[in-house]
Design a protein around this ligand. Structure first.
Ligand code: 13P
Length: 282
């Protein structure tokens, strides 16, 4: 069933858990997430990030994601992750996405507010939900990250409150120490930052990006502090990558590609199930 984020996040706010947002960078990752959610009977968010365009383009992934969501037994929101500008957001809306993220975190506060407001009014008129970001996060997608001071990136609670009030967003991505991609060192997470932002923004669902690669305890603390959506991808993809070495070692000759893809999907599905259970507290 294809839905937007509203109901699933409202329910998460009411019951105090988090919904997973899983990226589709390949058909296998989309299938892994759908199968995991159906086996656990849990709603989830299937998302496509422009950073993954070189692996599977939005034009190709979008219609497949929407079709999979419509046919699914569980509620699935099809969401654009980290939309960098109005053109890509408009493209996702034309494709039938039920939710979009505008990432104006690198802009000035005023420009981020103005562009997010424009996108919120456009999306809401189509019953599409909107996530935006305030504060910024370091990236280590390709191992290129330099030394940084985690505290410099934390979202300021008063800015988050002002941003939420001015933009009418449905979910707000905040920065409290997580990093996209692979963690080189243990992240310095501030659960206090989440708690303060929650106090200043009320029931607005808060989103954790860079959500893979953390401990179960970290997830639980982040959720009890107020996180209601967790974006998860890199460590699922690492599990899928490792499964390829395993299957090649088991059968070094005569391996068929579809067996590799099926095995990797299964391994990624198990990784997704593991975290879905933690996020939903089941
Ligand atoms: P990871 O790189 O930690 O999986 O984060 C994914 C994400 O935040 C997508 O927006």
């Amino acid at each position: 069933m294809l839905v937007n984020m509203k109901e699933m996040l409202d329910e998460a706010v009411k019951k105090g858990y988090a919904v997973g947002g899983f990226n589709c960078a390949s058909l296998e990752s989309a299938l892994a997430a759908i199968k995991a959610a159906e086996e656990l009977n849990l709603p989830f968010i299937l998302q496509h990030a422009p950073a993954h365009e070189e692996y599977i383009a939005l034009d190709i992934a979008g219609p497949i994601m929407i079709d999979l969501a419509k046919k699914s037994k569980v509620p699935v929101c099809v969401h654009l992750d980290h939309g960098p500008d109005v053109n890509i957001i408009a493209k996702a809306l034309r494709l039938g996405f039920t939710s979009v993220m505008f990432d104006g975190s690198a802009m000035s506060f005023d420009d981020n507010v103005a562009t997010t407001k424009l996108i919120t009014s456009m999306a809401h008129s189509l019953n599409v939900t909107v996530e935006a970001e305030i504060g910024s996060m370091p990236h280590n997608l390709k191992g290129e990250m330099k030394e940084y001071i985690p505290e410099d990136f934390y979202t300021k609670p008063d800015e988050a409150a002002q941003f939420a009030e001015l933009t009418d967003v449905d979910a707000l991505a905040i920065s409290f120490g997580t990093v996209h991609g692979i963690y080189k060192t243990t992240p310095k997470l501030s659960f206090d930052v989440i708690k303060q932002i929650r106090l200043s923004t009320g029931d607005l669902p808060l989103v954790m990006h860079g959500g893979s690669g953390l401990t179960e305890d970290d997830y639980k603390k982040a959720i009890s502090s107020g996180i209601r959506k967790i974006n998860y991808y890199t460590y699922e993809a690492l599990a899928g990558g490792k499964s390829v070495y395993d299957i090649v070692n088991k059968k070094p000759q005569g391996l068929l590609y579809h067996d590799v893809a099926t095995y990797a999907t299964e391994v990624m599905k198990e990784d997704v199930k593991r975290v879905m259970k933690i996020f939903a507290n089941v």
